[in-house]
Each structure stands twice: as structure tokens, then as C-alpha cells.
Design a protein around this ligand. Sequence first.
Ligand SMILES: [Zn+2]
Length: 160
Amino acid sequence: MPTPRPTSAKLKASDDDDEPPDYRAYVHNRCNGVTTVSGDDYLGLCDPMTGLLPVSTFCTTCNAQAPVGEFAWTDTGESIADYRKRMLATIPLAARVNARLIRFALILGFPTAAFLIARAFTAPGAVVVPTLALIAGLLLGVLASGMHMIATQRDFRANR
Ligand SMILES: [Zn+2]
């Protein structure tokens, strides 16, 4: 009786449909150039909660960033903007609002706290130190918000 070869089991595992794809291609509607996205860029592009501002992506033909509405997936023809809206609709509203509130609170909270603390420890009417504290706080807030975004990132790549 032949014993099953381990290689066949391995092959079957790699063909698993649950495995998210590593890369995907999109076409730019302005130049018709095709760009392949992979890694963290691919994860971020598929996650509709990525980015506080309108999201852009890179075209290797134009060698520039452009809004996601100018791109469509080559395999389905769906605009990436529409794709992200469709993915966003799968996230419960409460979870969406919650994540946005936390990110805005981080971005606004750090500079506000830094400014107030600097004001408390400087002479009345001092401007330079509180302003520097405000800027430093803003940088920290953006950083903290970005870290929250990465920490809560979900993998939408399996959804075509
Ligand atoms: Zn292009």
C-alpha cells in the first residue's frame, strides 16, 4: 500500500482558498498603465479604514500618486474607490465611528495637552514654548493615530 507523499499535502495547503492573495494589479484610467501592489501597501489599500484623508495610490507608469477613484482592479474591473466603499459597508457603523473618534481624539488630544502644560509652566503671554509644544504634540498625535490605524488594521485582501 503506497503511503501519501508529504509534498501533495503541502500543495493542497497552498491552494487553500482562505489564504489571502499576496498581490493584486490595478489599472490607472488616465494612462492605462498597470501597477502591481503587494505587502503593507496592498493591505492598506484594501482596508477602508486606512487614512483620515482621501486615499491615493501609486501609478508606476505616471510615477506619481493619484486618488484611488482613478484606479480599477484589473481582475474585476471595479474601481478601487468603489471597492473600499463596499468593504467599508461590511464594518458595523459603531465600529467605524469608534475608530474615527479615537483617531481624531489622538490627533487633537496630544497637541491640546502639550499646549496647556507648556502654558502652565511658562510666563503669562509666552508664545514660543507653547507653540513648539503644540507642534510637537501634533506630531505625536499624528504618530499615535497612525499606530492605532496599524494596530486595528484588518485584512480585506481575500475579498475581491
Ligand atoms: Zn498612471
